[in-house]
Design a binder for this molecule. Sequence first.
Ligand SMILES: NC(=O)C1=CN([C@@H]2O[C@H](COP(=O)(O)OP(=O)(O)OC[C@H]3O[C@@H](n4cnc5c(N)ncnc54)[C@H](O)[C@@H]3O)[C@@H](O)[C@H]2O)[C@@H](O)CC1
Ligand SMILES: [K+]
Length: 514
Amino acid sequence: MKVFTAEQIYKADKVTLEKQQISSDALMERAALQIFQWMHLRMQGAPVKIHLFCGIGNNGGDGIALARHLFEHGYEIAVYVVKYSDKRSKDFMINLDRLKDRKIWPVYMDADTDMPEIHPNDIIVDAIFGIGLNRTPDAWVAQIIKHLNTSKAFILSVDIPSGLFTDSVPEDKEAVIKANYVLSFQVPKLVFFLPQTGIYVDHWEVLDIGLDTDFLMNAKTDYELISKNEVLQFYRPREKYSHKGTYGHALIIGGSYGKIGAVTLASSAALKVGSGLVTAYVPECGYEILQTAIPEVMVISNGKSNIEDIEFDLEPTAVGIGIGMGTTDTSVKALENFLNRNKLPLVIDADALNILSQNQELLDLIPEKSILTPHPKELERLVGKWKDDFEKLEKVKRFSKERKLVVVIKGAHTITLFDGRGYINTTGNPGMATAGSGDTLTGIITGLMAQGYPSLQAAIFGVYIHGRSGDIAIEETGYQALIASDITKSIGSAFLDLFKVSEHERSDTSEKES
Ligand SMILES: NC(=O)C1=CN([C@@H]2O[C@H](COP(=O)(O)OP(=O)(O)OC[C@H]3O[C@@H](n4cnc5c(N)ncnc54)[C@H](O)[C@@H]3O)[C@@H](O)[C@H]2O)[C@@H](O)CC1
Ligand SMILES: [K+]
């Protein structure tokens, strides 16, 4: 699913009005009806008080139109108009009149109005600001937002939490609605997925308001959301007349005394995603450990106490390098020598990334389309500090474009960047913030590359499968008890899950067939 900028959304609106020959208030009516139906389906007329806080722009207009539908279906409502400006939008006014025609009189709020009482069991609809927010809300509006946030009532935000910009991080962190649920029109917004702004969105859902399909299909976006549908296109089925050689040979290079577990985790993950052969290249201390831990994996020991040189007599189809290998001078030299000889795109993680940060001239030796999988600290060492999440994305985009590398920014929503585009992952959970989780990801991506998945696909698909495996694993372990090897154990289920049809999809198909 594409992620549009605010400008693109406004453009989509405009094109829709022209092509469908409808008025803007008709589009607002569609939007309001969609939200109403969403709420009505869940509330079924429940006698819960609904407080609708509306601004004076089109987001406010949505809220006012929604109030009318709720009223007409017997819900107990209270409507507030937050008068942060005199420039009321046309469609807001149209809907305000429709509300007044039904003898509903909103409470007009300004800097002097007392805060309304809200019970924790009430529901708040937040329609103060939408994607038109272009400066920090005034102090008194921020006070209202704080009042709503501390009310403990369930907050449903229309389109985007009020106070959240679409393209920057809010300065006043308190002046933003913390939404329990956001109903976003037609497309999700990038800010839902970034660490500094995603915290305002507990859950989100997209409501289809019928924007022009041609425009939506053809618009080029900088970001794309990656769910099952997107990765299914990459999936390569196993062939009947195949053998282990068909599925490549993954080589995992790394490890040091006390850190052989990292190589073990990566190697078993590479096997589990279907790599035909997996070899681990480790210092001597790792030999017996690996042979005992995973009989399916071949092991080469360099006979030394650390990764001091990297010499092997095999032809891997993909190499994952760096985990637990240390950053001593000898490791640096070993990496440099290896990079001088290597021609294959690599998966580069952990200590190899740290070595590259400290010896940036080595970056020139990395083949195009290699994949870097840094966690935030490793990323900072590589591209320097950033002011906020948006600057981080721009810096990494530039770095990835200049070097022609795939960079995987690991986090709650891992973002894979390549050639100026970002792919936002939707799987995974906080239980995966655990030792070895990154080693598992390196193994998964290397294992996919070994089978011939092009590197961008291997990164996007690998990140998805890693997260989905974690999601399946926590069904048995819960967040706290999830450990990295549980992720690997669930890889098989994550692959099976790719082909499971959800209840929702099944009922969609049967409706179409009947
Ligand atoms: N995207 C779509 O397809 C549709 C969008 N609609 C709604 O329209 C919204 C956008 O509406 P608007 O463009 O009117 O913008 P908003 O309703 O977000 O904001 C209203 C106006 O307030 C002003 N403003 C911005 N920041 C301010 C501040 N801090 N203090 C005071 N005034 C400020 C701006 O001039 C802005 O246009 C969307 O978020 C959505 O809710 C729907 O009505 C229908 C369809
Ligand atoms: K809002």
